[in-house]
Structures are given as structure tokens and as C-alpha cells.
Write a protein that binds this ligand. Structure first.
Ligand code: NAD
Ligand code: UGA
Length: 462
């Protein structure tokens, strides 16, 4: 009963909506894909040669499909009216106030999008059936709210609400979308629901092997997304907790991580000790899970997952504290070069970056910061650190300039370029003793010590 091929649109042209729809358009040239956003600047950037997000490989794919079957537009109404499949990929941040503040997901954007879809469908003469797809990460049972809004505000349109959470990671989004471990499509287990699931699954099957397109009920799909992020973050907090034990016992966290990761039951990935995990999702999704567990009367489960966040906060604080302690308990007035500000390499995204916490902690200790990151924009630093703090912070375009005259270097993001800097040249330009704090274990510590640096590395006893 659905048009074939189905026209597709997506509300939200952000880190998820942009790349996912671009890859869909590339892989399905017969399908018209329109990506919409309320933000005119964002859409203008998607239509230009300076895309609004940095993601390796994205530019080429956009350039191939844009104008052919991929369109970026602010005309949300037309897109909703003409499309069969409507993805919703709007933000679902942590609530800042009211009930559940600091934990529950803020569904304001989500509900506004639902009302917008309902209003357009209601006013439209064309009553073609619609499939509304949750792409945003949402609390379990959100699809019920979407269905309730549609049922109440939109008469005469047959619609189904599906959950199709996204598992891409920033920095590797294009590879992840080309070859996903799985695509998850959840929906109502009714004949109409199953038909909608098939329609969406068939789009993915154009490039994803059938056995990797998993279909489930709605609540399993919604919960799997929160759970996947919780498990991934839990691995990082687990290895980070062990990193602290390594530092005081003489064990080496990289060796421990390798030794346990080769056990095929455990697996090697996501075991890199760090200054703490960042990114827009891990923390918010775990807090959301914690809130859900509490709301459903499961305080023990809530407490269990909450520890993942507690450990991460502690790790970020621990790193900044270790810097101060190592530098004779004071960094006041000392220049410190911060290498990397994005929450991980190969992205300019700084949302929840551990660099923000570390910089704030060091600024409070009155250190003079000089920051270098290959992709973070100048405006972003102001947004993250505040105008007042920025008056005392230097932003550099060159890592050697950031390090010149510094008492210490802190490596916060694992950018590959940091591995191949000329550390002898950097050492020569620094105040002595010259400290280096490797929050990612990407540097050659032995060589740095030979040069003369005092080295501190997470999970290592130097
Ligand atoms: P984002 O902030 O980069 O993009 C969201 C966009 O939605 C913004 O450009 C905003 O202007 C737009 N928007 C808001 N309301 C709208 C409306 N009614 N109509 C049209 N556009 C609207 O966010 P993101 O990182 O893409 O995340 C979106 C969702 O995907 C979140 O729920 C997030 O948890 C989830 N997610 C994110 C990632 C990731 O790597 N960033 C990965 C998987 C899932
Ligand atoms: C993460 C998940 O990996 C994606 O599957 C998911 O779709 C996404 O969240 C989401 O829902 O937003 P992302 O946050 O983009 O993706 O990046 P990750 O590679 O997961 O890294 C997250 C943070 O953990 C980064 O700060 C990274 O440096 C840190 N990390 C990662 C470690 O400290 N150690 C590791 O071993 C791995």
C-alpha cells in the first residue's frame, strides 16, 4: 500500500540526520531524499561547499548525491506532505529544569516535530499513508506519545510509528553507515505495523545484507539503543576505573586491556583508558536510562548504571587533579598547552568533551591555557568555556605555538597528528621542568622521557 519507491524526508539536519540521509540517497539513487531543518544557516551550509559538520568522507558523498536525489531544505511542510517515510532526528538532550531535571530526556523538540507532522498531514488533501520513524534516541515508550499526538491531531491519514535508532559514531559515520553492524527497525506487531517495518527495512536492504537488518517490536528497538550506549560507556568506565588501580600498583592499563580483550568472550574494542568519555550521547542516554529505571520502580538497576557516570566524572576530575599534584601542587600563572578539544578525533564536535571539564578545572587553578585543536571553531570555545574565561585563554592555529613557553602539555583528544609532532623541538621551546600529561596514551612515553619530559600517562606508573 506504500508508494514504491517511497519518498523520504528527515526532520533535523544535524550529525545524524545529515550523514544518514546522505548515505541513504547515495545507496538508493531512485529514492528522493529531503533533509529539513528549522535552522536556515545549517541548511545553507549543507547546500554549500562548507558543510556544517566535519566527518571524513562526507563531503564526497554529499557532492555525488546533492541535487540528484538528495536535497537540503527549510521547507518542512512540503517535505512532510510529499513523503511516505518521515524520519525525525531532532535533539533529545537532558532536561535542565522541572520534573526529572538532570536525568530525563527533554522531549520538547521531539513533540514539536510530532505536532508539526500531525498538523501538515491533517491540513493536506493528499491522505497518503505515512511511516514516521524515530531516529532520535528516545526513552522507551516514546512511540506511544508520537502515536497519541498523531491520532488526536490528524484525521484521515493512516500512519505507523517505527523506531529505527542510529548507531553511527562520529568520526567514522560514513564507514559505519556504509557497513553497519546492524540496522534495527522496531514497530507494532500488527499487520499494518509489519507492513511499515517491511517498507523501511527494504530501503536498508538495498545496501545492508538482509541478516543485518534486524526487526523487533517497538519497545525492544527503543530500549536497545539506550542499552547499547550504556554497555559501550560501561566498558570505558570499567577500564578507566582499573587505570587508577594500575597507576598505584605498577600494572600498565594498556597491557591489562590487551590481556583481557583477547578473551573472545570479552573482545578488544572500547577498552582504551582515557581522560573520560565525552560526546553528546553517552552521558545523556545513561541518565535517561537511570531515570526510566527509577520511574519504573527499579532503583537498584538505576544505581547500577548511574555508577558509569560517577566513574566518568571522577576520571575527568582525577586527570586535572593529577596535573596540579604533579606540577608541585600549583599551576597558578603557568602556561599549559591543551592539545585537542573535540570529544574524540576526526570530529569538530565538542559536546560534553572532557576537555571542557579539564580546562575549567585548570582555569579555576588560574593556569594560563593555550589550546590547539585541528577542527574546533573559535566560536565553539566561547560557547563551551564562556566569554569571561576566554579572555584569559589563548587559541592557537599551530600546536608548536601553543606549546612554546608552556610548563606542561595535556593531550586530551587522540588526534593522529599529535603522535608525530617534533617533541624535541617542543621540549626545547618549553619552560623546565617540562611536563606532559597523556590523557589518551597515544604518545611514545619512553622517547619523551629520554628527551627530558616528566611524563604522566593515564593508567601507567611512570
Ligand atoms: P543535532 O543537534 O546535531 O541536530 C538536530 C537538528 O534538529 C538541529 O539542526 C535542529 O535545528 C533540528 N531541529 C530541531 N527541531 C526540529 C524540527 N521540528 N524540524 C526540523 N529540524 C529540527 O543532533 P544530533 O547529534 O544529530 O542528534 C539527533 C538525535 O540523534 C539525538 O536524539 C541523539 O541522541 C541521536 N543520536 C546522535 C548520534 C551522534 O553521533 N550525534 C548518534 C546516534 C544517535
Ligand atoms: C557513540 C556510540 O559509539 C555510537 O554507537 C552511538 O550511535 C553514539 O554514541 C550516539 O548514540 O551518539 P560517539 O559518541 O560518536 O558514538 O563516539 P565513540 O567512539 O563512542 O566515543 C565516545 C567517547 O568515548 C569519546 O570521548 C571517546 O574518546 C571515548 N572512548 C571511546 C574512550 O575513552 N575509550 C574507548 O576505548 C573508546
Amino acid at each position: 500500500k506504500y508508494e514504491d519507491p517511497p519518498k523520504i524526508c528527515c526532520l533535523g539536519a544535524g550529525y545524524v540526520g545529515g550523514p544518514t540521509m546522505t548515505v541513504m540517497a547515495k545507496k538508493c539513487p531512485e529514492i528522493k531524499v529531503t533533509v529539513c531543518d528549522l535552522n536556515e544557516r545549517r541548511i545553507a551550509a549543507w547546500n554549500s561547499s562548507a558543510l556544517p559538520i566535519y566527518e571524513p568522507g562526507l563531503q564526497e558523498v554529499v557532492e555525488e548525491a546533492r541535487g540528484r536525489n538528495l536535497f537540503f531544505s527549510t521547507d518542512i511542510e512540503s517535505a512532510i506532505r510529499e513523503c511516505t517515510i518521515i524520519f525525525v532526528s531532532v535533539p533529545t538532550p537532558t532536561k535542565k529544569s522541572g520534573i526529572g531535571a538532570g536525568e530525563a530526556a527533554d522531549l520538547t523538540y521531539w513533540e514539536l516535530a510530532a505536532r508539526q507532522i500531525a498538523a501538515v498531514c491533517n491540513a493536506s488533501e493528499n491522505k497518503m499513508p505515512k511511516i514516521i520513524v524515530e531516529k532520535s534516541t528516545v526513552p522507551v515508550k516514546t512511540a506511544d506519545a508520537m502515536a497519541a499526538v498523531m491520532a488526536a491531531a490528524c484525521k484521515g491519514t493512516d500512519f505507523q510509528v517505527l523506531s529505527n535508532p542510529e548507531f553511527l559514531a562520529e568520526g567514522t559515520a560514513i564507514d559505519d553507515l556504509f557497513k553497519p553492524d546492524r540496522v534495527l527497525v522496531g514497530g507494532p506487531q500488527t499487520p499494518q505495523g509489519l507492513a511499515a517495518i517491511e517498507c523501511l527495512a527494504n530501503v536498508y536492504r538495498k545496501w545492508v545484507p538482509t541478516e543485518r537488518v534486524l526487526t523487533t517490536n517497538l519497545w525492544s528497538a527503543e530500549l536497545s539503543k539506550l542499552t547499547a550506549n550504556a554497555f559501550l560507556a560501561q566498558r570505558i568506565s570499567s577500564i578507566n576505573s582499573i587505570s587508577a588501580l594500575c597507576e598505584v600498583t605498577g600494572a600498565d592499563v594498556s597491557e591489562v586491556g590487551h590481556a583481557i580483550g583477547v578473551d573472545s568472550r570479552i573482545g578488544p574494542k572500547f577498552f582504551k583508558a582515557s581522560v573520560g568519555f565525552g560526546g553528546s550521547c553517552f552521558q545523556k542516554d545513561i541518565l535517561n536510562l537511570v531515570y526510566l529505571c527509577r520511574s519504573f520502580g527499579l532503583p537498584e538497576v538505576a544505581e547500577y548504571w548511574h555508577q558509569v557516570i560517577v566513574m566518568n566524572d571522577w576520571q575527568k576530575r582525577r586527570f586535572a587533579n593529577a596535573m596540579v599534584a604533579t606540577m608541585f601542587n600549583t599551576v597558578s600563572g603557568k602556561r599549559i598547552a591543551i592539545l585537542g578539544f573535540a570529544f574524540k578525533k576526526d570530529t569538530g564536535d565538542t559536546r560534553e568533551s572532557p576537555a571542557i571539564d579539564v580546562c575549567k578545572a585548570l582555569s579555576e587553578e588560574r593556569a594560563k591555557l593555550a589550546i590547539y585543536d585541528p577542527k574546533v571553531s573559535r566560536e565553539q570555545y566561547y560557547e563551551d568555556l564562556g566569554k569571561e574565561a576566554m579572555e584569559k585563554i589563548e587559541i592557537d592555529e599551530d600546536p608548536y605555538v601553543a606549546c612554546a613557553g608552556a610548563h606542561a602539555i595535556a593531550v586530551i583528544t587522540e588526534w593522529d597528528v599529535f603522535k608525530t609532532l617534533d617533541y624535541q623541538k617542543i621540549f626545547n621551546s618549553m619552560s623546565k621542568p617540562a611536563f606532559i600529561f597523556d590523557g589518551r596514551n597515544i604518545l611514545d612515553h619512553r622517547k619523551l622521557s629520554e628527551i627530558g619530559f616528566t611524563v604522566w600517562a593515564v593508567g601507567k606508573c611512570m
